[in-house]
Design a protein around this ligand. Structure first.
Ligand SMILES: [Zn+2]
Ligand SMILES: [Zn+2]
Length: 651
């Protein structure tokens, strides 16, 4: 009896119980690896997976499992899978660099949104030829099929290893860890790296890769540190996927808004003025004006009131709002006016609150919605400035909704609907929505947070919009909903943000008189739907590759007379079109017709009106459509109707 029980007990200790995502459970020998578990399910699965998650820990597929728990496998299609795949490729790249250039020191090599990089400290810069050599070496490493071998060692041992290797950046990082912490290192063949992991099980899991570019990067992103060389790359489980990605990259380059902005003369930045400060040239200005008109008209329709507020405000305003304590690193130095410090605004909120507080408000007036295309200025490091996407002065399509607690949910439903409508009007069809909940540091009471978060959640449910929860990613002053759009290259851009605020109503002591005749604290929502006009314009340029739909195109029609004899008729048409609010230009150059058509094509003008003897005689016009060619002859009035319809439909 006794010996049987002991045997059973031992059997039990040697076993682990693994729970699968569908709830099923299975027993395995202790020390079984995730890869072995997957192989037991199917060869296909084992082939496809990149890493496993045991309970809350992401682990290598070759890690021996010592305890029971629930398991999850990630494939390349999962974000977690991509990150590990790309990061592992960065190790392969570092190994190749060390083999070719033993003097180069390795710094860090994380995965990024698309691909990976590794930073190196090397005396001479990497050339394109070097990248080619590194790629060849990487292929050798992949073909050798090294294991990514995980080892846990004491800190002292890790320091010794990397000191002996002369890897001072790794030594610096290891030194920052607590004394008794176990250090994980990964060894693949002749290369060792200090890294938490996880990684791919072996190097030949990487089937296709490409090194993309080299750029300078300061150690730890700090300008006071040494400038290192950062090599970027990307990898995929198949050649086909790599090719597709590289094509997309090429297409993105062609669409780069900085390049198109110059070609189409839409905007500019000037050294004499300062970096990150946008100048909207006339053609960009027209588009902005169209966007603003549409934006205002639609906001009026759904009950917003448009306001305009100052660009600067006294320091005590920013003290009350908390900006000077929480946000000062993004604000510019104050200017002195009449012995008072004034700050240029990084946000519009305090001004809208002033307007709200200019009168005693009753619950009957709520919700109050103040909207403003408000230009704000925020400090960004010069290194992160990027065309229109990241600037130092920009115009938020801002609004603040001040409502009673019971109105919150309904207002958020309306907002979601309105935001999707606006974004769709600009040609975006695919959205990703995120609800961000309470972070570790927050103001307000927990139960209020829960209520507000629930309201946002309910609003998303009512709107039947699929969303993901970004746990703990809310702002310190309240939960928020973000909407990202997908552009024509399937890239994501964050546009809409709807942020609940517990902080400012309190700080500014905002009130309204409730039904009970008593004072209450209103709720407040900050929201920007397009984000900023500058950034949104950049996104639009890239989304349409500069080929704006008729309603947005800066010049909608180019009138092209075949010769000088037709200028007069052309002028008549120009007047008529402009009277009808159609943006037209007349080409009076003394050039061949083919040249003039090509020029209009290059400027991506949606329609051309061609006129010659025949058209004058018949009182007609001939139409060419951009990229499509000849559409035949029209009566002018008939064509104007067609244009108006197209503008109306925002096609
Ligand atoms: Zn690593
Ligand atoms: Zn605000």
């Amino acid at each position: 009896m006794f010996s049987v029980a002991l045997w059973q007990l031992q059997g039990c200790i040697m076993k682990i119980k693994i729970t699968f995502p569908d709830g099923s459970k299975k027993e395995y020998e202790k020390g079984t690896t995730p890869l072995q578990i997957a192989e037991g399910i199917s060869k296909g699965l084992a082939n496809e997976i990149i890493l496993a998650k045991l309970n809350d820990e992401e682990i290598d597929l070759n890690r021996k499992i010592e305890k029971s728990g629930s398991i999850l496998f990630y494939k390349f299609k999962d974000d977690e899978g991509k990150q590990v795949y790309w990061h592992s490729t960065s190790h392969i790249m570092a190994q190749a660099v060390k083999r070719l250039y033993p003097d180069a020191k390795v710094a860090i090599g994380p995965s990024i949104e698309n691909g990976f990089y590794y930073d190196f400290d090397k005396k001479t810069p990497f050339s394109d030829k070097d990248l080619e050599k590194i790629e060849n070496e990487m292929q050798k490493i992949i073909d050798k099929n090294f294991y990514f071998e995980r080892r846990e060692i004491p800190k002292s041992e890790a320091l010794e290893i990397f000191q002996n290797l002369g890897e001072n950046y790794k030594v610096e990082l290891i030194n920052e860890l607590p004394e008794n912490e176990k250090i994980t290192i990964y060894v693949q063949g002749d290369f060792v790296d200090f890294c938490k992991g996880p990684h791919l099980p072996e190097t030949n899991k990487v089937k296709a890769f490409k090194l993309l570019k080299v750029s300078g990067a300061y150690w730890r992103g700090d300008e006071k540190n040494k400038m290192l060389q950062r090599i970027y790359g990307i990898s995929f489980p198949s050649e086909k996927e790599l090719k597709k990605y590289l094509n997309k990259l090429q297409e993105a380059e062609k669409r780069d808004h900085r390049k198109l902005g110059k070609e189409l003369d839409l905007f500019g930045f000037y050294e004499e003025v300062g970096p990150g400060l946008v100048h909207w040239h006339p053609k960009g200005g027209i588009i902005r004006n169209v966007i603003e008109d549409f934006w205002k008209k639609e906001h009026y329709k759904v009950g917003y009131e448009i306001v305009y507020t100052p660009h600067i405000g006294k320091s005590n305003l920013w003290e009350t709002s908390g900006h000077l304590s929480f946000y000062s690193e993004n604000m510019y130095a104050p200017m002195k006016i009449d012995e008072q410090n004034y700050y240029i605004k990084p946000m519009n909120c305090p001004f809208h609150i002033m307007i709200y507080k200019s009168d005693l408000r009753s619950y009957r007036e709520l919700p109050i919605k103040y909207a403003e295309l408000g230009t704000v200025y925020r400090y960004e490091r010069s290194g992160v400035l990027h065309g229109l996407m990241r600037v130092r002065g920009f115009t938020q399509d801002d609004a603040h909704i001040i409502c009673t607690p019971s109105q919150l949910e309904k207002e958020v439903v309306k907002l979601l609907d309105f935001s999707i409508f606006l974004l769709k009007s600009f040609g975006f069809e695919n959205f990703e929505i995120f609800l961000s909940t309470r972070p570790d540091k927050f103001v307000g009471k927990k139960e209020e947070w829960n209520k507000a978060t629930l309201s946002l959640k309910n609003a998303l449910e009512i709107s039947k919009l699929p969303y993901k929860i970004d746990s703990g990613e809310g702002v310190f002053y309240g939960p928020k909903i973000d909407i990202k759009i997908k552009d024509s290259l399937d890239r994501s851009w964050q546009c809409t943000t709807i942020q609940f605020d517990f902080n400012l109503p309190e700080r500014f002591d905002m009130k309204y008189i409730g039904e009970d005749n008593k004072e209450h604290r209103p709720f407040m929502i900050h929201r920007a739907l397009l984000g900023s006009l500058e950034r949104f314009f950049g996104i639009l340029i890239e989304h349409y590759a500069g080929d704006f739909p008729l309603w947005l195109a800066p010049i909608q029609i180019k009138i092209i007379p075949i010769s000088e004899n037709h200028f007069e008729y052309g002028n008549k048409i120009l007047k008529k079109l402009r009277n009808e609010n159609i943006r037209a230009e007349l080409n009076i150059q003394n050039e061949k017709i083919g040249y003039k058509i090509r020029e209009a094509e290059n400027k991506k003008i949606p329609y051309m009106i061609i006129i010659g003897d025949k058209e004058i005689e018949n009182k007609t016009i001939s139409i060419r459509k951009h990229q499509k060619g000849d559409l035949g002859t029209f009566q002018l009035n008939e064509f104007i109707e067609k244009l108006k319809k197209e503008v109306e439909q925002k096609k």
